[in-house]
Design a protein around this ligand. Sequence first.
Ligand code: ZN
Length: 237
Amino acid sequence: MTTRALVLFSGGQDSTTCLAWALARYDHVETIGFQYGQRHSVELDCRATILEELRAMSPTWDKRLGEDHLLDLSLLGQVSDTALTQNKAIEFQKNGLPNTFVPGRNLLFFTFAATIAYRRDLKVLVGGMCETDYSGYPDCRDNTLKALQVALSLGLEASLVIETPLMWLDKADTWRMAKDLGGDALVRMVEECTHTCYIGDHTTRHAWGYGCGECPACELRRVGHRNFLAIAVGDQA
Ligand code: ZN
């Protein structure tokens, strides 16, 4: 039986690693991205390059990689008042969540992904959410996504599986996963081609990739990369 998956692919480190994970695992893999009025479109601009690079890396991956879907969810940007969709400083809100949290974002992303998956007979939805090393967003948590898997499967009357291969990994583990899946070539590609920074800085190049180096997303990526390299050196010793 052909296994068919749809990966939520933003062009960031996590979703790129998940895409490689899916390409190593499923016979046919499609990708979906969303424009929702992000302040900057750097991440989305990275997507096409990353897809090309992944195709060039492996004939098997090239054969498995199918259609890319880009959905316009600008309505989400219009109705949410956050530091990702409005020009405002990143800070913590009274409820302890940073104002980069876009309420309902992952719930909507998976729901629209399920609509596409239903039409295209894709049985597995893959997302790069993680509750180990993250900004505390409640819609990244395992229980949220398990509940959503049940809701979508019931609501569509079609069994859908939501896979989140990074859920229990820290950022160093995520770099390690890229290395396991595609060796140094994939690690280099993730460093060079993916974008994580909340501010949208894609001019300053660090060892871990492009970014402002200050925002919470850059901080997680920087520390994870440093720890990954430290562990890799330890392995060789
Ligand atoms: Zn940044």
